[in-house]
Design a protein around this ligand. Sequence first.
Ligand SMILES: *[C@@H]1O[C@H](CO)[C@@H](O)[C@H](O)[C@H]1NC(C)=O
Ligand SMILES: *[C@@H]1O[C@H](CO)[C@@H](O)[C@H](O)[C@H]1NC(C)=O
Ligand SMILES: *[C@@H]1O[C@H](CO)[C@@H](O)[C@H](O)[C@H]1NC(C)=O
Ligand SMILES: *[C@@H]1O[C@H](CO)[C@@H](O)[C@H](O)[C@H]1NC(C)=O
Ligand SMILES: *[C@@H]1O[C@H](CO)[C@@H](O)[C@H](O)[C@H]1NC(C)=O
Ligand SMILES: *[C@@H]1O[C@H](CO)[C@@H](O)[C@H](O)[C@H]1NC(C)=O
Ligand SMILES: *[C@@H]1O[C@H](CO)[C@@H](O)[C@H](O)[C@H]1NC(C)=O
Length: 658
Amino acid sequence: AAGLHRYLRDFCGCHVAWSGVQLRLPRPLPAVPGELTEASPYRYRYYQNVCTHSYSFVWWDWPRWEREIDWMALHGINLALAWGGQEAIWQRVYLALGLTQAEIDEYFTGPAFLAWGRMGNLHSWGGPLPRAWHLKQLYLQHRVLDRMRALGMTPVLPAFAGHVPKAIARVFPQVSVTQLGSWGHFNCSYSCAFLLAPGDPLFPLIGSLFLRELTREFDTDHIYGADTFNEMQPPSSDPAYLANATAAVFEAMAAVDPDAVWLLQGWLFQNQPEFWGPAQVGAVLGAVPQGRLLVLDLFAESQPVYARTASFRGQPFIWCMLHNFGGNHGLFGALEAVNQGPAAARLFPNSTMVGTGIAPEGIGQNEVVYALMAELGWRKDPVPDLSAWVGRFAERRYGAAQPDAAAAWRLLLRSVYNCSGEACRGHNRSPLVRRPSLQMNTTVWYNRSDVFEAWRLLLKASPNLTASPAFRYDLLDVTRQALQELVSLYYEEARAAYLQQELVGLLRAGGLLAYELLPALDEVLASDRHFLLGSWLAQARAAAVSEAQADLYELNSRYQLTLWGPEGNILDYANKQLAGLVAHYYAPRWRLFVESLADSLARAAPFQQRRFNRDVFRLEQAFVLSSRRYRSQPQGDTVDLARRVFLKFAPPRAAGAS
Ligand SMILES: *[C@@H]1O[C@H](CO)[C@@H](O)[C@H](O)[C@H]1NC(C)=O
Ligand SMILES: *[C@@H]1O[C@H](CO)[C@@H](O)[C@H](O)[C@H]1NC(C)=O
Ligand SMILES: *[C@@H]1O[C@H](CO)[C@@H](O)[C@H](O)[C@H]1NC(C)=O
Ligand SMILES: *[C@@H]1O[C@H](CO)[C@@H](O)[C@H](O)[C@H]1NC(C)=O
Ligand SMILES: *[C@@H]1O[C@H](CO)[C@@H](O)[C@H](O)[C@H]1NC(C)=O
Ligand SMILES: *[C@@H]1O[C@H](CO)[C@@H](O)[C@H](O)[C@H]1NC(C)=O
Ligand SMILES: *[C@@H]1O[C@H](CO)[C@@H](O)[C@H](O)[C@H]1NC(C)=O
């Protein structure tokens, strides 16, 4: 499949991406000059993050999974998580151990939060899981596994990491468990996992019961994922404890499958560096026989861990690009760092790198970044000239070479896609998708004019490329980005006016932002099926078999996109820019903000952020709890709409230059 993709890409000028495919084959098919042999320098090309299942895959049916596995195969992925259906297996195990159905229902999170349930961060929130959910996930998992295996991929199954339901202590009063601290601003009703002591006889028992039942159901390819301390402080920093806790997980795997290899997300080491000193990291890495722990250096394009752990102390590791948090839509990428990263890691002294990986929390955004990373899995050296590379990328994507489109892409490359260092950390904290305040940081790492200029160039190219769905998607995405920039600029203007107590200036800039820009953005987004809240919520509802379940799934989705937890616990983390969400979530709170500032000026009383937060929370919650239906079919013509908002809102320089 990877060979076929190579032919399609390099000989036929085709393109396969999440947003669609461009498969116009030249006739006759181009001949290949002799035999081409391509050997990847790496054994593995890995895909997924535990979170991708919740942010992107959660409501998928088999046809959508099938397309994704095709995408994986064409891009040469040969190692991927296959974590569906595991709660059904856990349920069997816990019932066999004597827990009641009610205790199990109380434990699992809802579908949109399972990723964090699986890592022990959360329990209960968004649940319970309906019986039909389990059945459907078992069915999907079988099909996913069959297809992945048929295509020669190694699916990674889950294993027991040590977290247990509270009710274990009812059934086994002697059990030794430790309650961990809270996670993600959730209180202990939803977090503070119970962790089984590594020396407790129940540890190997539960671990092997689960793995035996799982592999009996799904068979195995011998690689298992488990994360005990992901974003959670272990109960002790004593290296002996950490080694025991690690060994217990591995031994429970190896007891069932003597060939077991443990795939560990290395995120914990870089996420809490103050806890994970050399002794603590060494304890974990040394507790599993050499070669049996496969570590994902999960955020290696930004904070590689291999370099400061001497290649994970000799354990094999996979250089992963994480890139995306929460499935956010803003244009962003560190293409230079991504391009250089894998080869540098392979050439690191005594490197134990065995693969490259693509590990975004959410997919369906910034496709150029993923096209590059997938290609790097097959290259010894970095792409020599990224400017030329993005030009060819655009040409294949649109099915035609177009000089203005290529120029637009070069501008995007040097701006939004050339993030480096600290600046990347705060990416997509755009005020547009945040709860407004007077303290918002509008700094970006690039020259905003590059985005406006790319916008102008794409519009200029549009008569030649209107027939290309990928072009229309990109035109929409860049228009969306330009409007995101404009929100920042008008916000700054409104804030400055407020601080100078100029009511008219405040109302002009704030009113434009809240009453014109955001509605215009919503209208543009509504023109493409990829940017519809209605379509995502319809997928959630379609995954259910009753109205009550459909309501639960929709509620899960609405929470995940906005408040995340009942009280805005991880507010706007997984923000998206979708038609419907802009009009009915972001816009109302911006209107309230502008009105509150105006009111403060009128009354000559200071703006009170705390009071505003209380008031705006009511709007946010009303959106989550609303049962309003949104269109799941696009409406309007992207090119017309983009041109209209350009003429109306583009900064004078960009507009004048056309
Ligand atoms: C946790 O928060 C929820 C609401 O968000 C509340 O209902 C519950 O009582 C809290 N639990 C604890 C243990 O404080
Ligand atoms: C680690 O496990 C060993 C063997 O079970 C035990 O003797 C030791 O006390 C444990 N150490 C810690 C710190 O838990
Ligand atoms: C690489 O391994 C060799 C042999 O074990 C060792 O002498 C050398 O110090 C290592 N180099 C680095 C940079 O770790
Ligand atoms: C990206 O930025 C770096 C400096 O951080 C610069 O050296 C490089 O030329 C830039 N790349 C592009 C394509 O603009
Ligand atoms: C805003 O963000 C930038 C880049 O992340 C940072 O350098 C700057 O210090 C921040 N400014 C404020 C006022 O926090
Ligand atoms: C920002 O980008 C614009 C348009 O691409 C360009 O004309 C301008 O010189 C750039 N400014 C800086 C400071 O690089
Ligand atoms: C774009 O379209 C115009 C007229 O529709 C045509 O004259 C021009 O050759 C086209 N350019 C390209 C690069 O296809």
